[in-house]
Structures are given as C-alpha cells and as structure tokens.
Write a new protein. Sequence first.
Length: 281
Amino acid sequence: PQVVYHAAAYKHVPMMEGHLFEAVENNIFGTRNILRTAEAWGARDFVMISSDKAVRPTNVMGATKRIAELVCQARGQRGAERVPHIKTVSVRFGNVLGSNGSVVPRFREQIERGGPVTVTHPDIQRYFMSIPEAAQLVLQAGLMGQGDEIFVLDMGEPVRIMDLAHNMIRLSGMEPGRDIQVEVTGVRPGEKLHETLFYSDEDYRSTAHPKILEAGVRTFSRDLVLGNVPRLREAIASYDTASIQEILFATMPEFSPIAQDAYISSAKVLPFPAREANRYQ
C-alpha cells in the first residue's frame, strides 16, 4: 500500500481508566507496530487518527493517543537513523455523530425505551462532526501532509450535551421533564467537562482547506520519546502500574489525571495469558 490510514484504537475513556495495560499496548504499541510495518513495506504516507483528548490529557485514553502522536513525529525526524522514507501525519478531531459508542444512538435508544435519558454532568460539552465529513477531511489531510504534521479538523462550536439530549427528545415529539426525564448520573472516570483541540503553544494556522488547521509542532525530545517506548514495553510485560505511570509523566509532563489516586487504583492487573517477549519487539 502507498497510503496507510491507522484508525484502530481503544477510545472508550472510562473503560480505559480500568484497563491501563491494554490501552498502552493497543494505542501506543499498536501504532508503533503498524508504522514500522508500513515503513518495512515501502508505504509512502502514514496517517494516524488522533483525538481531541490528546490535548492536555487527563485520562489514559488521551495520554496514550498523545504518545502515539509523538511516536509518529519522532519516527519522522530521521536524523542519522537510516530507515525507509515515510511521511507521518496525525489528524486530531473530536466525536463523530453516529459512530460506535456515540452518545446520539444511546440517547435514541433511551428515548425509544421511554427514558430516562442520562447525562453525566449538566455543563459537559463536546465537539461533534458527521461520519461523511470526518472521513472526507481525514482523506484530505492525509493528502496535504508533507511529514510530521498534526492536522486538526475544524469541529465548529462545542455542543452542550444537556442541550443535545433536550433537542433529541423534542425532535421525537416529546417534552423533556414531562414525557421523558433527563437524569444527571455523575462524571465518569477520566471524563473532562470541556475538550480542546490545541495546546496553547501549538500556534495553529490555516491550510489550503478551510476546515483543516495545522498545529505547530511542540518542542519535544525525539530521543526521550523513542527511549521511553522500550521502558513502557518492560513495564507492561511485568504489569508494573507504578512504572507505567512514571514513564507517562516523564514522556508527557502535561499529563494530569483528574483523580490520580483513583486512576492508579483502577488500573487492576487482569488475568491475561502469559505474554511472549517477542510480541513487543
């Protein structure tokens, strides 16, 4: 293949808070494995689908996606390393309406059952984009990339989830609070009230496409990122939660879990089969 679009990831925020090892293995090492394979087979372009949760991450999912971005940029910074030439691009955006796990199908099911419609917090907001628009813009961004960029899709204004719930109830011909109740269930593990698409020092700029922005590359140490990846591999192989946390913070100082103690205690060791050492080579 000339172009590889890497869209596979564990993206469910609360679930990843309780499955730290699998989140790191899949989102970080999965990205590295696919990138290495694309290089080995002479692919020209590698496009990694990222997330708005990679910006100032407060949860495991966002942290692993941010490191995946750094891995792509670090592999693209060739230096003296002799590896096949490949252009790496990351595309960062928010929620996609109607996708697997999206709040819209969930609200629709709850309304069809007669309620209640559940919202985690009255002030929580999210960016949304339709599936066709997201897919088209990802393809466009992949073609525009010259290597090492992070492109950000223009998601418009964030939507208040409580307003979305009320509007969906009204569009179903009913009235919120009378025909269908809306219940606030509480913020879930790792969940932020507001997402953002850029770091404050990324100096985003426009591109030739009005719906695609480019985030300026933040200063980071290529050697630090690529050097910490083997350390993560060893920590996962030994189920060492404390070491994983230490490496995440060292690689990404902006990582700020919402409830650090809860985050650590939730990362339980699960009874996975014995892992082969060469799985991570």
